[in-house]
Write a protein that binds this ligand. Sequence first.
Ligand code: HPA
Length: 275
Amino acid sequence: MANDVIEQGVAAITRAMQGRAFPKSALVLGSGLGPFADKLTDSHDIAYSDIPGFPIPTVRGHAGLMRIGKAAGHPLACLQGRFHAYEGHPAAALAVPVRILRRLGVERLILTNAAGSIRADKPAGSLMILTDHINFSGQNPLIGPNDESFGARFFDMSHGYDPHLRARLHTAAKHEGVDVYDGVYVYVLGPNFETPAEIRMFGKLGADAVGMSTVPETLAAVHAGMKVAALSVITNLAAGLAREELTHQDTLAEARNAHARVEKLLLRFFAQLEH
Ligand code: HPA
């Protein structure tokens, strides 16, 4: 079944490309970062609703659109909107858009997200480059029969976040004078924000930030042989570290505040990336 959806998704996008080449790089825009897609030149859009296997977003801040164009001259597919497990999708569904991209020839996947900081010294507005993750969800999009045409049943996650792409992100950040730091992202299912006790535990486990996305996509992409980089926009101090109540509205507002810096960083990153 999943394979049929993947083939249908690939066919729908291929039709919409009308003979144009699909980019080798794709960027998933997290909550509040959707407007980055407006920076693409020579662009055209494909609505998720026209792509079998792509999610119809249920969360504010996620548009449900793929925009294909050039970011600072670099051919790029921007995905505005993603699946989240808390919306009720089965874990395997979260791998489908990534696998469709892979079949279309995408080699690099850049993921962005909004996350809560587990470190008091990294408040809202900070930008974290993921060095690694902890999958605390108890779920995995790759459970089930393995499709060898994507990758091996058991696969290495020692370098899940590609060191070369991470170095490129750091170089771009330095160039643009944008502060970034390295950290570990812990993936939770949500939809509730964590309890203070959970956040204390995650800190002891070695996590720097917490969020409800990215990891399923990383797993599907690494399995399929793609290079992955990921960037968290810290939108709040996590539960117990913050005095204020946590709301999705604040998350979106903080992500939008950070947008100008994220935009500079990503445009420089893509400008300097081989096609
Ligand atoms: N927890 C989980 N996910 C999040 C948070 C958080 O504090 N902030 C933004 N996404």
